[in-house]
Write a protein that binds this ligand. Structure first.
Ligand SMILES: Cc1cc2nc3c(=O)[nH]c(=O)nc-3n(C[C@H](O)[C@H](O)[C@H](O)COP(=O)(O)O)c2cc1C
Length: 204
């Protein structure tokens, strides 16, 4: 897909068909997700991928069975793939302790970082992965783990020093049952020209 079209057509999908995603397609998506820039090339992100029946490991923790029937997005529960993304802050300390980075002082402590690049890089990976999936014709929803991060990490065997970036549900969109999300009708902020615009040229 042309990149401008990809950007224009990108929308979150909240209703999926349960059809599995072919291994070759999923592998391409995951491969593109990891090819992002990262601070010091630290690459401090990991994807834990759940397919088919394995997705129950995630839903059993975040949406216990008795609450499931009342869940608004039933079609989300059918997503055949869930990719949880985890940031590895320690990878940044290790990388920035190396001789070519020691002068930055960032290898000493996570408190020295004014911006937590492990979350920036994890978010970049999440976005690249979503674009790659949409490029394959798949639908995606990025959503948070909220208060369940630790419990999900435990259920999936994620090391305890990793931080949750979020979860991407991925699969073939079910166009018949798809509804737009509550926030999607918020007007997109304008490019520039008003006080509320996104772009501030020459200063705020
Ligand atoms: C960091 C982040 C967290 C999000 N969390 C949720 C979520 O928990 N549930 C949900 O339905 N959508 C979630 N979304 C999707 C947003 O609601 C959606 O991107 C926004 O309304 C704009 O709609 P669009 O992406 O379809 O253009 C999240 C998006 C981001 C970037």
């Amino acid at each position: 897909m042309d990149f401008a079209d990809l950007i224009r057509k990108r929308r979150m999908t909240r209703s999926f068909r349960s059809d599995l995603v072919a291994a070759s397609v999923l592998d391409r998506v995951l491969d593109r997700g990891r090819r992002v820039p990262s601070a010091g090339n630290s690459q401090g992100y990991d994807f834990v991928v759940l397919e088919g029946q394995q997705t129950a490991l995630y839903w059993d923790v975040t949406l216990p069975y008795k609450r499931r029937a009342a869940f608004r997005w039933q079609g989300l529960l059918l997503a055949p793939v869930l990719v949880t993304i985890w940031a590895d802050p320690q990878a940044y300390l290790r990388r920035y302790s190396r001789p070519d980075k020691t002068e930055t002082g960032l290898g000493k402590s996570l408190d020295a970082w004014s911006t937590p690049y492990w979350l920036v890089d994890g978010a970049f990976a999440a976005m690249a992965l979503q674009f790659a999936a949409i490029d394959e014709g798949l639908g995606v929803l990025f959503f948070g783990m909220f208060e369940h991060g630790e419990a999900v990490a435990k259920a999936l065997g994620v090391p305890s020093d990793r931080l949750p970036v979020g979860t991407i549900a991925l699969g073939w969109p079910d166009l018949e049952t798809e509804e737009i999300g509550r926030s999607a009708n918020q007007q997109r902020r304008s490019l520039n020209g008003s006080i509320d615009s996104v772009v501030h040229r020459g200063g705020w």
